[in-house]
Design a protein around this ligand. Structure first.
Ligand SMILES: Nc1ncnc2c1ncn2[C@@H]1O[C@H](COP(=O)(O)OP(=O)(O)OP(=O)(O)O)[C@@H](O)[C@H]1O
Length: 231
């Protein structure tokens, strides 16, 4: 679903990524970890096409991001830590804005939105203005939004930060099910042990390089001091 090869990026003379390679398979949920400044945000920004790498390549569902950006980006869904919703619009209007951007016919879009909201238990909230929703509900709407164009890869950038434990668990369950049942590949940036445990694999980034790529249990044995339990 996602193939990253020898990715490098510097800001001026300061390297942020020094040659990062990994792949994510269909249905695989991968935790992305690393201390502050490790290069996680840079990696996620490169994966979303926000800027170009100095070296290396990214392929999303067989499309090269550099050569075919719009086809490649059509295969990716993103939930950022920062909200991407318009607080003054209804849930429905926000979601339709996203499906319009992706060129989905309105009839298809309305069906998908209704189904996706129901799947997250939000069927009663379509007409609510986003500003009136709780943080947890807003984040669920963000997840619905990220999935409406049916991406093959989902990027979650510390998407549960600021949520209460119950909302975190709901998001985590929803994404875990999505990976397993719909074979979406997931890259989940986090610092929390609870979130790492349910993933299939851990990528640990440090100073722009992958220092660990393997099973969550092995990661936790080797690097336990570097992750947190829920605050
Ligand atoms: N716009 C920028 N200009 C200059 N340097 C930058 C810029 N963005 C990031 N950096 C530097 O690149 C390195 C990697 O930063 P990055 O934000 O990718 O790490 P991170 O793992 O996401 O950290 P955090 O967890 O603190 O967000 C750091 O040394 C950072 O200071």
């Amino acid at each position: 679903m996602l193939i990253v090869q020898d990715l490098a990026k510097s800001y001026g003379t300061k390297p942020a990524l020094k040659g990062v390679s990994f792949a994510i398979k269909a249905g695989e949920m991968v935790a992305l970890l690393g201390p502050n400044g490790a290069g996680k945000s840079t990696l996620l920004q490169l994966l979303t096409g926000l800027f170009s790498p100095d070296r290396g390549s990214i392929q999303i569902f067989g499309q090269d991001l550099n050569a075919h950006p719009s086809q490649a980006l059509a295969g990716i869904g993103v939930v950022f830590q920062q909200s991407a919703l318009d607080l003054d619009l209804s849930v429905n209007a926000n979601l339709l804005f996203h499906t319009d951007l992706h060129g989905l016919p309105r009839q298809v879009a309305r069906q998908r939105i209704a189904q996706a909201l129901a799947a997250m238990g939000l069927q009663g909230q379509a007409k609510d203005v986003v500003r009136s929703l709780s943080g947890g509900t807003r984040r669920k709407v963000e997840l619905v939004r990220a999935l409406l164009h049916q991406p093959r890869v989902l990027l979650m950038d510390e998407a549960t930060v600021g949520l209460d434990p119950e909302s975190r668990a709901t998001m985590l369950d929803a994404v875990r099910q999505l990976a397993t049942q719909q074979q979406v590949g997931v890259l989940w940036a986090t610092h929390l042990i609870e979130e790492i445990k349910v993933t299939d694999r851990v990528l640990f980034l440090q100073q722009g390089l992958i220092r660990f790529d393997g099973a969550p249990a092995d990661y936790l044995t080797q690097f336990k001091g570097l992750v947190r339990t829920e605050e």
